[in-house]
Design a protein around this ligand. Sequence first.
Ligand code: ATP
Ligand code: MG
Ligand code: MG
Length: 428
Amino acid sequence: SYRKGGYHAVRIADQFAGGRYIAQRKLGWGQFSTVWLAYDTTTSAYVALKIQKSAAQFVQAALHEIDVLSSIADDAPSNSKFVVQLIDHFKHTGPNGQHLCMVLEFLGDSLLRLIRHNRYKGLPMNKVREICKCILIGLDYLHREHGIIHTDLKPENVLLVSTIDPAKDPVRSGLSPILERPEGNTNVAVSSLIEKKLKRRARRAVAKISGQRGSMGGIGDVSKSERNIDGIDVRCKVVDFGNACWADKPFAEEIQTRQYRAPEVILQAGYSFSVDMWSFACIAFELATGDMLFTPKVGQGFSEDEDHLALMMELLGKIPRKVATAGAKSKDFFDRHGDLRRIRRLKFWPLNKLLIDRYKFSESVAHEFSEFLLPLLDFAPEKRPTAQKCLEHPWFMAKECITNEMRNDSSVEKVDVGISNLKIKVGK
Ligand code: ATP
Ligand code: MG
Ligand code: MG
């Protein structure tokens, strides 16, 4: 993909935007871009530099992402803290063409890496709650304040907030080849002022190097003793707005990554904010168990879509006939009774039972968690609770789930341990 129209090849210490940003190391990549850790010489801070492929459709996509991100970047109500911030954007011309570049705040590892880090065993429930709360506050902000649907919510697209300031602690935060190179061994061209700065940092970094490099946020290639998930602060932010849209201007019919896709999208029955709520429930399950909630596959005589619908029904019961028959594709999948045409025998296994039987949840934890998730997995999109409503759910009232930082945040309701057993009916 490093050819005309594709990715821009970056070398460490490459400069961008007239020398303002200096590439440090690669953070990740996607279908559309590579993302680099860069040093912002104007603010003396580290940022994430997302460099888009250069072909017309990628430029178009980047313009859209910049459009969405700019609209949510400027105002700063406390809830915007749970959505990635766009700092700057510019064009960069290279051998493969002209690339749009987005400068984003620098964040840590994705929830996917967190799940992997915990060896797919599922996180402790209080961590699941903290993460869920962050995502919901972010979603509530996007949905209510901006009318934006994310449409691609999944563990990869939620990044942990690094509690380590890379400028203060370059070693622990896994920074950066340039900074960790011993002095004198640096043959990169940087302006003398920056060079001085970098050398000062490098000296400090070298002095502190103690064997293994951790990755951002202290997660990743960490030593065994650090694998204890309880030691990890799990504030996180929603990223990747390349597919986001305003609810009144949906532009794609097929949205969402397969496993996190809502039934109305499969049926092509139209969609709104509640598709994000479905994906959110899938993420919450995955955090708690380490497994994806739905992993549909094509089979003999049925498609991936049909398997997906069958899996949903096995977990959640039959799709109400009215919902099943409401989409442009309904006739392909369902007969007029609302039964799947090509998958006739379903093995029902309700969520509560699944959590107890397969994941060995205690009855009370399984019960509370499924009471939280099931309304979000309602087949009727309009019956799913909103993010705002969901934040009021008693599942969040347990004492251990509220961090001090959140307690000070006016957007989060005050904790009252006394009502933790109160059941509030949500969504119906
Ligand atoms: P996709 O194919 O998923 O649409 P994309 O090309 O739009 O990908 P992103 O998903 O935005 O790119 O970013 C790719 C990867 O770069 C992420 O999965 C993450 O690992 C890393 N990344 C993105 N933004 C940041 C950030 N702000 N801070 C740190 N790392 C980031
Ligand atoms: Mg992505
Ligand atoms: Mg994207």
